[in-house]
Design a protein around this ligand. Structure first.
Ligand SMILES: *Cc1c(COP(=O)(O)O)cnc(C)c1O
Length: 390
């Protein structure tokens, strides 16, 4: 069995060897600049980029021309929110988002608040879902954008995006979704879901780091954006800068693999996740954070009563890689803003751990994780009682 066991696939995923293989020639042999129009080096690179674009678009039911390549989801989020805020300034300055969003969204919102944006942050219910009535009530004539994530990175909870879209459409408001955790894992279709802008990233779906995309709807309605990067006018003027050709080739291949394997892989991971969850819960004093029906198949977030999450992480870190939430904020001792948004107190939030399985998770690793974590949790609890008794 492979140790340590990696159960932090929401932070990043390994690049699939099949993805790496198709990327390699584009670092050296086929090294052209996709914007070079005058020779075969450029044409070959451009052809590879356009094939990648087709594969990326294909995974989410989009047209090729609706894909804007970026350096990752963070950049795509910034481009979407800042780009809409600037472009639609004459229509209004109000944006609706949610307290449990990723920091990429929350910090971008904070940034434009300083530039005059009005942001309403919707609360989530105890199960992590937003209340559609509250969304409806938050809309004003100034509202230009609703920004709600597809699936939460800490809990895996999946928002009712298609329902949210109906409300947005009825009021002529654009819908942006940070779908970084959902794309490639569950069926995401920009038309069925009624999404106007959507951010996602290669390294969360077994592709390389440093490449992502923003989906930008081209009709019904045609979405316009102010570019956030000025330069050569690449990507239909929305994102200047020489394209990351090997990255885009890998992103495309990763998307094609996800599309092919999603159904089987989702079922496999769901049964492994359930096995892990049941195996841990049976020792008692463990709760699942978030809605258990509407969630990603490979994620669970568990609260271990009477255990400090950080102690648990440290105690198992040599053999099992998990996290207490978003990797981007793990430097801070603050409890997870996502769990706090769901109403958990600091202690419960500090006692919670995220488990995210992935394509390379094997059943024997889950068996091992159950035994090992149960042992450590019981030891930590005993120690707590010993300390408490003294
Ligand atoms: C990982 C993640 C991001 C950031 O993606 P990068 O490609 O690393 O910039 C944004 N949103 C969510 C929900 C994520 O999980």
């Amino acid at each position: 069995m492979k140790l340590p066991v990696y159960l932090d696939n929401n932070a990043t995923t390994p690049c699939d060897p099949r993805v790496l293989e198709v990327m390699i020639p584009y670092f050296s042999d086929i090294f052209g600049n996709a914007a070079s129009r005058n020779h075969s080096f450029g044409w070959q690179a451009e052809e590879a980029v356009e094939y990648g674009r087709e594969q990326v678009a294909g995974l989410i039911g989009a047209e090729d021309k609706e894909i804007v390549f970026t350096s990752g989801a963070t950049e795509a989020v910034n481009l979407a929110i800042k780009g809409v805020f600037e472009m639609y300034a004459s229509k209004g300055n109000h944006i609706i988002s949610v307290t449990s969003e990723h920091k990429a969204v929350l910090d971008t919102c904070k940034h434009i608040e300083r530039l005059g944006a009005q942001i309403t942050y919707l609360q989530v219910k105890a199960d992590g879902l937003i209340d559609l009535n509250e969304l409806h009530d938050a809309i004003t004539p100034q509202t230009i954008l609703i920004a709600t994530m597809y699936a939460n990175n800490e809990t895996g909870v999946v928002q009712p995006v298609a329902e949210i879209s109906k409300i947005a459409r009825k009021h002529g408001i654009l819908l942006f979704s940070d779908a970084t955790q959902a794309v490639g894992k569950i069926a995401v279709d920009v038309n069925k879901d009624g999404i106007d802008l959507m951010a996602f990233s290669a390294h969360k779906l077994y592709g390389p780091k440093g490449v992502g995309a923003l989906y930008v709807r081209r009709k019904d309605p045609r979405v316009r954006l102010t570019a956030q990067m000025d330069g050569g006018g690449h990507e239909r003027g929305m994102r200047s800068g020489t394209l990351n050709v090997p990255g885009i080739v890998g992103f495309g291949k990763a998307c094609a693999l996800c599309l092919n394997e999603m159904k089987n892989e989702g079922d496999r991971l769901e049964s492994l996740r359930d096995k892990l969850e049941n195996g841990l819960i049976k020792i008692g004093g463990i709760h699942i954070n978030g809605n258990v029906q509407q969630r990603l198949p490979h994620v669970t977030n568990l609260c271990f009563e009477e255990v400090d999450g950080n102690n648990l992480l440290v105690s198992i870190a040599k053999n099992i890689a998990v996290s207490s939430g978003s990797a981007c904020t793990s430097a801070s001792p603050e409890p997870s803003h996502v769990l706090k948004a769901m109403g958990l107190n600091d202690q419960r939030a500090h006692s919670s751990i995220r488990f995210a399985l992935g394509r390379f998770t094997a059943e024997e690793q889950i068996d091992y994780a159950i035994d090992h974590i149960n042992k450590v949790v019981l030891e930590l609890r005993e120690w707590n009682q010993f300390i408490g008794a003294k």
